[in-house]
Design a protein around this ligand. Structure first.
Ligand code: PBG
Ligand code: ZN
Length: 343
């Protein structure tokens, strides 16, 4: 609207009136006037290079089975996984996070450190076809144990120290298969130290550890447990995952992992824990990964399916909130869906 139009509509609004205020005020709208100005002053952005796509690998050939609580996400056999990885690479996604569902489960999860295990096979196949695609392997036992807990049990609870020994075995086995980053997710005390020394003993000095340093016992993992077939048959994970009520403790968890040699810190879930992402980033100055978990993805998907939200735009806004909070890396099931909308 030009000044003269304003004058017709509101004859009392003159240039004189505009300067009448006795106290100055800030015209923030000056920097929002055009798309170019907004681009120029934008503080944060999401880029394709930030994204990590989680993937579920299952035994067999030609398997591509949609996960009902995670629409658009699939369990795939190694061959189908490689086909799909081609699409990720073409979209400029640099990294995947692998979860494996083994053929056989037992009480200790021994399939997790087998040289022909599901992650090991998938890693070798992916590396052969896409040597530059970064493979992050989730390191835990819940997919491999017949009871669904994240380690070996003693009197109904996960026994920490024997689990550490197995974690080091699993890490070495993943390293031998060729993964690029090891990501332990079980929230065992001392897990980073145990894995670091296991890897170093076998001369994998340069293999980085992305620790799930701060992982809360969240209700938002529900869909994942269907996808990875890893729901505990009895009890829950509250004796090892963190109480959602605690913030200071999250910093103690992260500090311990930094001391033990973690190269990246992860906070999980992301959206209900943006304060934690912020505090961890401010305190530790390591690359921070935010895990935008299955329940967070499912909520947006469900609302979008009802036509209540614009899925892509809401996902982009939510990922931006994680970057603004301090995350460097975004692990999200939406990675491929949004890649084309990003620089
Ligand atoms: C297993 C693991 C879980 C997730 C990642 N690794 C589930 C759990 O702890 O029960 C959750 C991921 C998601 O919900 O997307 N240790
Ligand atoms: Zn687990």
């Amino acid at each position: 609207m030009r000044g003269s139009d304003l004058g017709i509509l509101l004859p009392m609004t003159t240039e004189k009136n505009r300067t009448h205020y006795s106290t100055p005020f800030h015209r923030f709208r000056r920097l929002r006037k055009s798309a170019a100005l907004r681009d120029l002053v934008r503080e944060h952005a999401v880029a394709r290079a930030d994204l990590v796509q989680p993937l579920f690998v299952v035994p067999g050939r030609g398997v591509e089975r949609e996960i009902s609580s995670l629409p658009g996400q699939y369990q795939r056999s190694v061959d189908a996984l490689c086909t799909y990885a081609g699409r990720l690479v073409d979209s400029g996604i640099l990294a995947v996070l692998l979860f494996g569902i083994p053929e056989e489960k037992d009480a200790i999860g021994s399939a997790a450190w087998s040289s022909d295990g599901i992650i090991q096979e998938a890693t070798r196949a992916l590396k052969k076809e896409f040597p530059d695609l970064l493979i992050i392997s989730d390191l835990c036992f819940c997919e491999y144990t017949d009871h669904g807990h994240c380690g070996v049990l003693r009197e109904g609870d996960v026994d920490n120290d024997p689990t550490l020994v197995n974690l080091a075995r699993q890490a070495v086995s993943h390293a031998e298969a060729g993964v690029d980053i090891i990501a332990p997710s079980g929230m065992m005390d001392g897990m980073v130290r145990a894995i670091r020394s296991g890897l170093d003993e076998r001369s994998f000095f340069d293999l980085p550890i992305m620790s799930y340093a701060v992982k809360f016992a969240s209700q938002c993992y529900g869909p994942f447990r269907e996808a990875a077939q890893c729901a505990p048959s009895e009890g829950d994970r509250r004796s090892y995952q963190m109480d959602p009520a605690n913030g200071e403790e999250a910093l103690r968890e992260a500090a311990a992992d930094v001391e033990e040699g973690a190269d990246f810190l992860m906070v999980k879930p992301a959206l209900f824990y943006l304060d934690i992402i912020h505090r961890v980033k401010e305190r530790f100055h390591l690359p921070v990964a935010a895990y935008n978990v299955s329940g967070e993805y499912a909520m947006i998907k469900a609302a979008a399916a009802k036509g209540w939200l614009d899925e892509v735009q809401v996902v982009l806004e939510s990922l931006l909130s994680m970057k603004r909070a301090g995350a460097d890396i975004l692990i999200t099931y939406s990675a491929l869906d949004i890649a084309d909308h990003l620089p």
